[in-house]
Design a protein around this ligand. Structure first.
Ligand code: AGP
Length: 608
């Protein structure tokens, strides 16, 4: 996620902003910049790459001034280049703006501005907003920002300065957190407290729709309608390390809890309710080209391979195209049948996995069209595929992938919807699918609200040395993913299997020491999985079942259950995977494992 920090006070702003940005490096970023006001105008300095690149640039060119804004960018629109780095200025160069979030209607606003003669230096939605504020500026920055935000759809946290008002910073929040730091005759704005903790522990949290105006004499909180709002001043009790994890004990837990928001960001701006389809311009594939695809190969590794398996069910069920899911490490060395009518989809959180990159290169060599479902903007895979869809899940720090997985499945759902609506899916079916997709973030939040029940399950089963995960249909890949989560962070041996396969061998393992986790929502194969649960119980196995709320039949059979909100069968993996992430997490914590950096594992396997 991007990092924002701003300062108004008696001290030189540049060192304060740079230290604030350094404290927010953990958020993940790919470029940095700042804008300093010195009474004679605005000095903007920015650079792609790590903060050290900007610091080096400033060593011989440190802008003087005691008011400024600073930014670290996690790219969502446009590659991580210097022109795309923030701050962005309006066409007069007298207004500078930094932004964390996604302006959904940036394209529409940009089109209108272009028609009015604006020209742009970057590919970002942020520059569009800077130009809009500049166009609306009539001598009052606060009012210009408020007017611009009334025209904006999407998530933002912004900070804005103007050369004509050298003692003012205006900031606003809608979806991307911002807080005000209240110092001794100095005032701050920041994305989180880590940026300003060394200066003050007194903070005011802005809520969505609120703005703040910082001046040398103080701050004033308002919203787009009311010019002044009273807000409580809070005292930060956390230490820096805890703040970086958002108050969570581990990054993995923080990222599990980010999923309602991260999935929303993945879907944001793509779903066209009226037409019952998804707009996926980044694919760089015209409808005619999508219609010529007669086969799809999905290639990935690990968790991303599991989401690919779910994509296979979605694409075959909805778009009626044959799909194969290939381990990238296998695909790259065998002699795959791939040609120009094959669409090869690479799924990768990091965008740097060596095997997946090699698989994409092999597919391109054979003439296939390639697209990437990638989280890290500007990563190698994202740059080498012909088109793609960024997950926009924000940086995933925990080695065990969680929010990237749910975002990958969400992206695959949108891809399946897009292709299906070009072929067999009706507009009504498309609208129903979109409605179910839009409900998922809140349904994930409902599951997270009951996380304590999963923690109790983990307590009961934390001493098991082995576990079996069973699922059917589109939840078979969830069984694989649940098993991977458990084994990679708690080191408990776990296997995922299609539930019916149990009879062909694994049932020999069943005894009272082997917990068997069933992913058993009320879907088309529910009655079959009930039989599998009975088979396990008949052999003394202990059963944990993820069930659809109110499933009395399995509740009677299982030793423990956890309820999942009802959704479409094809979308249920986004919900059923969440309790399995929590289960693995709590078992690992009880076993004293290093949850965020499990032994022997790396976040991105960039070597063979
Ligand atoms: C998942 O929890 C693991 N961290 C691992 O399997 C990961 O999914 C795999 O290495 C692929 O990484 P990628 O998505 O960055 O390509």
């Amino acid at each position: 996620m991007c990092g924002i920090v701003a300062y108004v006070g008696p001290r030189q702003a540049t060192p304060i902003l740079l230290e604030g940005l350094r404290r927010m490096e953990y958020r993940g970023y790919d470029s940095a910049g700042l804008a300093i006001l010195n009474g004679q105008g605005i000095k903007v300095r920015k650079a792609a790459g790590k903060l050290s690149v900007l610091v080096d640039k400033l060593k011989t060119d440190t802008p003087a001034g005691t008011v400024g804004i600073g930014h670290t960018r996690w790219a969502t629109h446009g590659a991580p280049t210097t022109p795309n780095a923030h701050p962005h200025t309006d066409r007069s160069g007298r207004i500078a703006l930094i932004h964390n979030g996604i302006i959904e209607n940036a394209g529409t606003i940009k089109k209108a501005l272009l028609q009015r003669g604006h020209t742009f230096q970057s590919e970002t939605d942020t520059e569009v907003l800077a130009h809009l504020v500049g166009e609306l500026y009539k001598g009052n920055l606060e009012e210009a920002v408020a007017a611009a935000l009334r025209d904006v759809d999407g998530a933002y946290g912004i900070a804005v300065v103007c050369a004509d008002e050298p003692d003012v910073v205006v900031a606003a929040r809608n979806g991307s957190p911002l807080l005000v730091g209240v110092g001794e005759n100095e005032f701050f704005v920041a994305s989180d407290a880590s940026a300003i903790l060394e200066h003050t522990r007194s903070v005011v949290y802005l809520d969505d729709g609120e703005m703040v105006v910082l001046t040398r004499s103080g701050y004033r909180v308002r919203n787009l309608a009311v010019r002044s709002i009273e807000k409580p001043v809070n005292q930060i009790e956390w230490d820096l390390a805890t703040i970086e994890r958002g108050g969570y004990q581990h990054f993995m837990l923080k990222e599990i809890y980010e999923q309602p928001e991260s999935l929303k960001n993945t879907l944001r701006g793509h779903l066209l309710e009226e037409e019952g389809t998804a707009r996926l311009k980044g694919l760089n594939l015209a409808d005619e080209e999508l219609n010529q695809v007669d086969r799809i190969v999905i290639t990935a590794c690990g968790t991303s391979w599991h989401s690919g398996l779910i994509g296979e069910y979605m694409l075959e069920e909805m778009a009626r195209i044959p799909v194969e899911v290939e381990y990238a490490s296998e695909f790259r060395y065998r002699n795959p049948v791939v040609d120009r009518r094959t669409l090869v989809i690479a799924i990768s959180q990091s965008g740097e996995t060596a095997d997946t990159l090699a698989a994409i290169r092999e597919a391109k060599r054979r003439g296939a069209r390639t697209v990437g479902l990638v989280n890290v903007v500007g990563s190698t895979i994202a740059r080498e595929v012909d088109g793609g869809l960024y997950l926009r899940a924000g940086p995933e720090v925990g080695v065990a992938s969680t929010k990237a997985f749910s975002s990958q499945v969400g992206a695959l759902a949108m891809l399946a919807l897009r292709i299906a609506r070009l072929r067999h899916l009706s507009v009504l079916q498309g609208r129903q699918f979109i409605e179910a997709l839009n409900q998922l973030p809140d349904q994930i939040a409902q599951i997270l609200a009951r996380a304590g029940e999963v923690e109790k399950l983990a307590e009961r089963f934390a001493n098991a040395q082995n576990a079996l995960y069973l699922g059917r249909g589109v939840n078979f890949p969830v069984a694989l993913e649940g098993a991977l989560k458990l084994k990679e962070i708690s080191y408990v041996h776990a296997e995922g299997y299609p539930a019916a396969e149990m009879k062909h061998g694994p049932i020999a393992l069943i005894d009272e020491n082997m917990p068997v986790v069933f992913i058993a929502p009320k879907d088309a194969v529910h009655s079959k999985i009930v039989s599998n649960i009975e088979e396990v119980k008949a052999r003394g196995g202990r059963v944990i079942a993820l069930i659809t709320e109110g499933d009395a039949e399995i509740t009677r059979l299982a030793d423990a259950t956890f309820p999942i909100p009802e959704t479409l069968d094809l979308l249920s993996p986004i919900l059923t995977s969440v309790p399995l992430q929590l289960f693995a997490y709590h078992v690992a914590v009880r076993r004293g494992c290093n949850v965020d950096q499990p032994r022997n594992l790396a976040k991105s396997v960039t070597v063979e």
